[in-house]
Design a protein around this ligand. Structure first.
Ligand code: ZN
Ligand code: FE
Ligand code: FE
Length: 306
């Protein structure tokens, strides 16, 4: 055992206490929707996920045909749906609300509005979105453009209840959102801040330079998050280890415990009471049989008690 681990970490749990603690965890992974959106539910439940993230359409295309009524019904009324305590969406990676190319920008607004509407049909509470990349225009211009774009999207879809969860980024290339200040600035300046929330990503935080590799560092990072944005805005956490070093600004996900972050951060997140009700999902590399997910989830579940 790590000598720095507080004594309370090492106390032994009874079997029912273990099962109780582990069953309440909102833990899972991003799941493919290939074969239909409802199949994602089956994939997640086949490896005992209690939480799941999904795309609402093929991720590599700008637009897809709208979901049919049958598809929506197959998803919403799926007999296993209630076994997943949290299901939420992730937006298409092509969307860039800070795009300087007018066509890309117009496509981004339209695609995001459609994806929010689809997520709403599937009764998903939020859609995770990378804020955007400025492509040389500068951070300030990017943030202003993102704010105006979010206003525009929300104005187009006044009845949609699905919120946008802005995700912290690694700050790779010209991406903004790698400082809590960026996200706070967006929330403070949009017309309907109640429609925004936040998703943290451990690999992104680390690559962006936040010191989450030590117990004191991750405590400090959460304190800073609470001060600058507010823990009440936090709705999801992406649990990914990082292939790249702290402050590298390069986004490369790695299996839990196999990357540069170390298990301290994951143990903290799995155990902190304030994060109990926050769904946590993997976005780590995997094959069709989900073997890697099973391995990573096992590592994470063990940390609840470790
Ligand atoms: Zn993301
Ligand atoms: Fe992520
Ligand atoms: Fe990433």
């Amino acid at each position: 055992m790590n000598p720095a681990t507080p004594a309370s970490f090492s106390r032994t749990f009874s079997r029912s206490e273990i099962e109780n603690r582990q069953s309440k965890i909102l833990l899972g992974a991003h799941m493919s929707i290939s074969g239909g959106v409802h199949i994602a539910i089956e994939r997640a439940r086949s490896i005992d996920c209690t939480a799941m993230q999904m795309f609402v359409k093929n991720n590599m295309q700008w637009f897809a045909r709208p979901l049919t009524r049958d598809e929506v019904r197959a998803f919403v009324e799926h007999r296993q749906r209630a076994e997943l305590l949290s299901i939420f969406a992730h937006a298409n990676y092509l969307i860039n609300l800070a795009a300087t190319n007018p066509l890309f920008h117009a496509n981004s607004i339209r695609a995001l509005s459609k994806e929010l509407a689809s997520a709403n049909q599937l009764e998903l509470p939020f859609l995770v979105l990378h804020p955007g990349a400025h492509r040389g225009a500068g951070e300030e211009a990017a943030l202003a453009k993102i704010i105006a774009s979010i206003n525009k999207v929300f104005r187009k879809i006044p009845k949609v209840k699905t919120k946008i969860a802005l995700e912290t980024t690694a700050g790779q290339g010209s991406c903004v959102g790698h400082r809590f200040e960026h996200l706070a600035h967006i929330i403070d300046n949009v017309r309907e801040p109640e429609r925004l929330c936040i998703c943290l990503d451990t690999a992104h935080l680390f690559a962006a330079g936040y010191d989450i590799g030590t117990e004191s560092g991750i405590r400090k990072t959460f304190r800073e998050f609470d001060r600058k944005i507010g823990l009440d805005r936090l709705v999801a956490i992406h649990l990914n280890d990082s292939k790249t070093g702290r402050g590298s600004r390069v986004d490369r996900h790695e299996h839990i415990g196999k990357g540069k972050i170390g298990l301290v951060a994951f143990r903290f997140i799995m155990r902190d009471r304030r994060l109990n009700k926050i769904p946590k999902v993997l976005e780590t590399p995997k094959g069709k049989d989900l073997r890697e997910d099973v391995m990573n989830l096992q590592t994470l579940r063990a940390l609840v008690l470790a």
